[in-house]
Design a protein around this ligand. Structure first.
Ligand code: NAD
Length: 394
């Protein structure tokens, strides 16, 4: 089948198997070019391993640190008439590259929030790895079925207390207009915390601890974002920010639970980047386009793979925690020399000057690359096998 991008708002409903494989190969090359990571984790569980920060974590763990990896994700396989989701093709490509390099890699496709998925992964660790020494928690989901109550919980992206109006970018047309987002109502905050907060992270670590599957010194990381104050009403001080605060509550609880193993839980605050999750957040894509322009000009731009390589290569050994005990991989993003011009451009940006002040091309090409489109060396006119399998998934 010939696969072309079909963009609907902030998602692309198709994905290119060869393009996704190339995207994974390029990320592997970034890590390999930086050389091996000495004394890094060797047996790594990544929850949310198929796209974005989780995929890059898995790649840095395997191809930098030489780790065996288990990945958990929620993706749709393809068939002869329909392409799979990008994360499916990414995981297929990752596993093939890992096998060729001699690393164990096994993947599980299904609901990470469920007890059944935890039980499957626990059994796999017991059977195949004995223990893991690192657990990455990188889920981004709009909903969660609570494993105990069966309740369907929904995460929303809303300000709290009052509505929020700011500039917004239509990432398909390049039109800069204004958006007003009404405030959270009812139990929006509680539901968003239940989906994107720390409860499920803690459930995973509890499940592993209960079966003695965490090695001495094991570390676990969950990812967060803070950003500049212009996005705070929709991010840090909004419903999603409350969920991220809850991650920090759980991080402290996990620190206590891991202390007998001399283990450690971290919240890592990462850079704003184009991913499937971030493209759904109002206001943020315009900020990211302005940010990319300045960080590329200054030579400090990183994508998910450079961020995760930095986590595994440096911060895991040299965490440099902030006043709240978090790792800050957003350090270069938050530099005043970056923020000042970004904020100044934010005030000025319009549809007319967008391509001058912002890296809109970079935004769009990063977005398409998430789905395997626009990668060099891929023949997009050729027939491709959309029914590609993930080798470890029956
Ligand atoms: P993403 O959409 O690229 O990845 C989400 C992952 O979660 C995918 O692997 C997906 O398959 C998996 N997933 C979703 N629901 C699942 C379920 N029910 N069961 C199993 N797997 C499921 O998102 P991302 O941007 O990489 O986000 C990962 C984390 O990083 C989030 O906590 C996010 O808040 C954080 N973060 C993102 C940014 C950013 O700018 N993108 C910045 C800082 C922190």
């Amino acid at each position: 089948m010939i696969v072309v991008p079909k963009i609907r708002g902030f998602i692309c409903t198709t994905a290119h198997p060869d393009g996704c494989a190339k995207h994974v190969a390029e990320q592997i090359a970034v890590v390999k070019n930086r050389g091996p990571i000495e004394n890094g984790p060797k047996k790594v569980l990544v929850i949310g391993s198929s796209t974005g920060y989780g995929l890059s974590s898995r790649i840095a763990a395997a191809f930098g640190s030489g780790a065996d990896t288990i990945g958990v994700f929620f993706e749709k396989p393809g068939d002869a008439e329909r392409s799979a989701t990008a994360g499916w093709y990414n995981s297929a490509a990752f596993e093939k590259e890992a096998a060729a390099a001699g690393f164990y890699a096994r993947s599980f496709n299904g609901d990470a929030f469920s007890d059944a998925m935890k039980a499957e992964v626990v059994a796999a660790i017991k059977a195949d790895l004995g223990q893991v020494d690192c657990v990455i928690y990188s889920l981004a989901s709009p909903r969660r079925v609570h494993p105990k109550s069966g309740e369907i919980l929904k995460s929303v992206l809303k300000p709290i207390g009052q509505s929020y109006t700011n500039k917004n970018l239509n990432t398909t047309t390049g039109v800069v207009d204004e958006i007003t987002i009404p405030p959270a109502e009812g139990d929006d905050v509680a539901q968003t915390i239940a989906v994107m907060g720390g409860e499920d992270w803690e459930m995973w670590i509890d499940a592993l601890l209960a079966e003695n599957l965490l090695a001495p010194g094991a570390k676990t990381f969950a990812y967060s974002y803070i950003g500049p104050d212009l996005t705070w009403p929709i991010y840090k001080n909004g419903t999603i920010g409350k969920a991220k605060e809850d991650l920090e509550r759980v991080q402290r609880a996990l620190d206590e639970k891991l202390a007998p193993l001399a283990g450690k839980a971290w919240v890592s605050v990462n850079k704003a980047l184009v991913t499937q999750a971030s493209s759904a957040i109002p206001v943020v894509p315009l900020y990211i386009s302005l940010l990319y322009k300045i960080m590329k000009e200054q030579g400090t731009h990183e994508d998910c793979i450079e961020q995760m390589d930095r986590l595994f290569r440096d911060r895991i050994f040299n965490p440099k925690p902030d006043e709240a005990g978090r790792i800050r991989l957003d350090d270069w993003e938050m530099e005043p020399s970056v923020q000042q011009p970004v904020i100044a451009n934010w005030q000025k940006v319009t549809t007319e000057n967008l391509t001058e002040l912002a890296d809109f091309d970079g935004y769009q090409s990063s977005f398409l690359r998430l789905f395997g489109f626009g990668l060099e060396g891929v023949d997009y006119g050729a027939d491709t096998d959309t029914a590609t399998k993930v080798p470890s998934i029956p």
